[in-house]
Ligand binder design. Structure first.
Ligand SMILES: [Fe+2]
Ligand SMILES: [Fe+2]
Length: 465
């Protein structure tokens, strides 16, 4: 029989079970900017549950305002078109619990000067990465390139959430163009889906949003996937055709390429020989590419091989690597956290790299030249040398970073080790030791108490009998 008396207690039971009012849950992804063109931009964000959100975009130079709605959904992506090139806009996103906004500038039209920032290998550098993004956000730049290894394991949604929170000072105002690294684990269908959901970049290459290109001002940018084959592969053929097209276009004065694993490196992972074997490096050189950007070896390195300038910028927070073998083509190497800034103005390209204390790590000025009857080249007007600032080209040699061992070869076949990468995976960490000691102490105390209680009970029972 149903105990009807319980109905009298129902209001009290419900009152106890109702959730206490508290702060609104944080957005898994706060609003950020993607795929900015002279006349368009995208805003993306994620809500904890399916919601309908309101978006307002307003010109900061005219009275133009656009209203849009997104949802009901958790993942939100809204695109605005019909904007003015090189103009500033403010946006506001209203979810159920949050109102967040920012400012963004559209891409310039034609040959106007612009600036972009480059950094990479942020991975599990949760202490360094927020500092770098705060410093980079002070730069007056147009967009950011990330050279890959954003997170420790791209399959895990929560580490992407952490990356985006740390990069938010940058990404709320600058579009970030991703280079896929081995730690993104996009061989996994769920990780690839997540990657493509987080980034909204052109889908014009052989693998949408992983291998792609875009034009900014007078420059063309190419993004490759070094986790996938190059020899005889679609991305090598696509790149060759694209480079030929860019070289024939008089509006394109500079070409930049980003690929996670560099064709040249003095770090422990060493060079990506497949890029050389596939003829990709020859193609880049032949078509007068101004600079290539990479990561994977966690240091800064700039070098030149037969006129092709390469930069490894992988100081975004992942454990810093030492130089394994300084290659003869390396001009400047330093094992340090850093980021790069590139200023493009007409025929000039100026690369600067900065440490986190604001000191300048490197400087290079290139100028495009068009020799008669030949493809364009980028000649060096000035550059920094190790002697100029006591560079760490002579840094201690060769400790291969624990946890990342073998990724250069294995990354296509198995997931990399995750957040334990900075420690020796075979040895317990300090925290593990402390935890173990506490558990042992707890067990000992519990044992003693049980033993005392049993002795008392035995004593009582012997007295009673
Ligand atoms: Fe890495
Ligand atoms: Fe990597």
């Amino acid at each position: 029989m149903f105990p009807w008396i319980l109905l009298l207690a129902l209001p009290d039971l419900l009152a106890v079970q109702a959730p206490a009012p508290g702060p609104a849950p944080e957005l898994p992804r706060r609003p950020y900017v993607q795929h900015v063109t002279p006349e368009g931009l995208s805003l993306l964000w994620e809500t904890p549950v399916k919601e309908t959100c309101q978006v307002t975009l307003r010109s900061l130079t005219t009275s133009d305002t656009w209203e849009n709605t997104s949802g009901p959904a958790e993942h939100h992506e809204v695109r605005f078109e019909g904007l003015v090139p090189g103009a500033r806009y403010g946006y506001t996103v209203r979810t159920t619990n949050w109102t967040l906004g920012g400012e963004v500038r559209t891409a310039p039209a034609g040959n106007a000067p612009f600036t972009f920032l480059v950094y990479g290998d942020t991975r599990n550098g949760h202490a360094v990465h927020p500092v770098i993004t705060q410093v980079m956000a002070l730069e007056d730049a147009d967009f950011v390139i990330h050279t890959g290894d954003f997170v420790s394991d791209g399959v895990r949604r929560e580490v992407w959430g952490l990356f985006l929170r740390q990069a938010w000072p940058l990404m709320r105002k600058l579009p970030l163009y991703p280079t896929v690294g081995n730690h993104e684990n996009t061989w996994d269908a769920d990780a690839l889906d997540l990657y493509r959901r987080i980034f909204a970049v052109p889908a014009d290459g052989p693998r949408p949003e992983e291998i792609y290109a875009f034009t900014w001002g007078n420059s063309r940018f190419f993004f490759l996937d070094s986790n996938r084959p190059f020899v005889g592969a679609p991305q090598a053929a696509w790149l060759r055709a694209q480079l030929r097209e860019a070289a024939a276009d008089p509006r394109i004065r500079h070409v930049f390429v980003s690929v996670h694993q560099s064709a040249y490196s003095s770090g422990p992972h060493g060079p990506n020989l497949e890029l050389q074997a596939a003829g990709v490096v020859d193609d880049l050189r032949r078509h007068g590419v101004a600079l290539t950007f990479s990561a994977h070896d966690h240091l800064y390195e700039r070098g030149r091989v037969d006129g092709l300038n390469y930069v490894i910028t992988a100081g975004g927070g992942a454990p810093i690597y030492f130089v394994k073998k300084s290659q003869p083509h390396a001009i400047l190497i330093e094992s340090v956290n850093h980021y790069c800034r590139v200023d493009v103005a007409g025929e000039l390209v100026t690369l600067s790299a900065f440490r986190l204390d604001g000191s300048r790590l490197d400087h290079l000025v290139l100028e495009r030249a068009d020799p008669a009857g030949r493809n364009p080249v980028h000649q060096v007007l000035s550059e920094q040398h190790p002697a100029d600032q006591g560079s760490a080209k002579t840094a201690p040699p060769g400790r291969f970073p624990a946890g990342d061992r073998g990724l250069a070869d294995d990354s296509r076949r198995r997931p990399p080790d995750d957040d334990a990468l900075s420690g020796d995976p075979g040895r317990p960490s300090g925290l593990a030791w402390l935890g173990g000691a506490l558990v042992l102490a707890g067990l000992t105390v519990a044992g003693l108490l049980l033993w005392r209680r049993r002795r008392k009970r035995d004593g009582r029972s012997s007295r009673e009998h």
